[in-house]
Ligand binder design. Structure first.
Ligand code: NAD
Ligand code: MG
Length: 359
């Protein structure tokens, strides 16, 4: 087992990473302020892992809420079901909410924990690679509104995070690849050594080699934790974590949410950002070939759908190519492992980049 400490002063917490951690009660018991626990999961993950998670709390009052599976249920209405259960079962201010599932369950459960009686403890047991390397670090919680994703939320740090790498055995290949996009992102924005390690070890990750997974997750969480520790409330360098995301969000929205997974859209978006970086004179073209090859080996898309025309992209990125100056802030690369935020994007370069990668 690897333990990583996220340093946030009195809100610091450990992330434990390794195989078969679900069931190791000693990891969670010292983090509970009281004797009540509410486990929140969904109908896909609960049958796989709920019993073993519940067994980690033998001397506590343990209640459960099982949500329907899907991003469309990441809403206030769903959050209300958690409050209903907490109140019906008389949970007090020392209760602990446990999120067992992917990023959707983690975001809803964390948000409920941030709100219930103005904030109670919560523990994350993330079970997708994306949730393990991304949403479990950083303290962002929240739900969607019909008018916007993640628009209702709070910053609320967990008491601890339990990452059992064996849970990835039941995750389907496409979801695993989507998580790898965010893993590769950390190498690209600030860790050239990690990017090179991924070039050596990518097939081991896709084969769910437990020690390779633990190392990739640890290095990803460490990178994200360092960025978050420097900028907990997103006033500065935390923006680098958005590499590929402006293009990616346009693809997700343009194709209809759910058609492309977030990680898939981010993968194509990172390639666009790299290509644009070359056109802007920031990045060596050889880097683009390396990035493309690694994304392909990860099972991720390296083309933009033909449906995504230049005009569609610009519309969805809320920019007008005639008046681009200063309005579009993008994360670009100066090298693999060195990202920069810039608002000096040449509109001709942007158009050429989109055209170059359309299928
Ligand atoms: P998800 O939670 O929808 O999980 C993907 C699918 O995998 C679901 O069907 C889920 O039930 C299933 N699943 C989960 N674990 C499994 C397992 N071990 N075995 C089999 N199936 C399993 O999606 P996600 O990609 O984990 O998370 C996406 C969400 O995370 C989005 O809502 C996004 O906004 C949020 N997010 C939050 C942050 C943050 O900082 N809070 C960061 C990134 C993403
Ligand atoms: Mg992301």
């Amino acid at each position: 087992m690897i333990t990583l400490q996220v340093d946030l002063g009195e809100r610091s917490y450990p992330i434990h990473i390794g195989p078969d951690l679900i069931g190791r009660a000693e990891l969670v018991l010292s983090r509970l302020p009281g004797s009540q626990v509410l486990i929140v999961s969904n109908e896909t993950v609960a049958p796989l892992y709920l019993d073993r998670v519940a067994a980690m709390f033998p001397d506590q009052q343990v209640d459960t809420v099982i949500l329907p599976d899907g991003e469309e249920f990441k809403t206030l209405e769903t959050t209300q079901r958690i409050f209903d259960a907490l109140l019906a079962q008389r949970h007090n201010r020392t209760t602990t909410l446990v999120a067992l599932g992917g990023g959707v369950v983690g975001d809803i459960c964390g948000f409920a924990a941030a709100c219930y009686q103005r904030g109670v403890a919560f523990i994350q047991v993330p079970t997708t690679l994306l949730a393990q390397v991304d949403s479990s670090v950083g303290g962002k919680t929240g739900v969607n509104h019909p008018l916007g994703k993640n628009m209702i939320g709070a910053f609320h740090q967990p008491r601890c995070v339990i990452i059992d790498t064996r849970t990835l055995d039941t995750l389907d290949d496409r979801q695993l690849s989507a998580g790898l996009a965010e893993v590769i992102k950390y190498g690209l924005i600030r860790d050239a050594g990690f990017f090179a390690w991924l070039e050596e070890n990518l097939e081991r990750l896709r084969a769910r080699d437990q020690s390779a997974l633990a190392e990739a997750i640890e290095r990803s969480c460490r990178n994200k934790a360092e960025v978050v520790a420097a900028d907990e409330y997103e006033a500065g360098c935390r923006a680098l974590l958005n590499l590929g995301h402006t293009f990616g969000h346009a693809i997700e929205a343009g194709m209809g949410y759910g058609t492309w997974l977030h990680g898939e859209a981010v993968a194509a978006g990172m390639l666009l950002a790299a290509d644009l970086s070359v056109r802007q004179g920031l990045l060596d073209p050889d880097a683009v070939a390396r990035i493309r090859s690694l994304l392909e080996r990860a099972g991720l898309p390296v083309r933009v759908p033909a449906l995504m025309t230049v005009d569609r992209f610009l519309e969805l990125m809320a920019v007008d190519k005639k008046v681009l100056d200063g309005r579009l802030r993008l994360v670009l690369l100066r090298a693999i492992g060195d990202a920069v935020v810039t608002s000096e994007v040449n509109p001709d370069h942007l158009v050429a980049t989109i055209e170059a990668w359309r299928a």
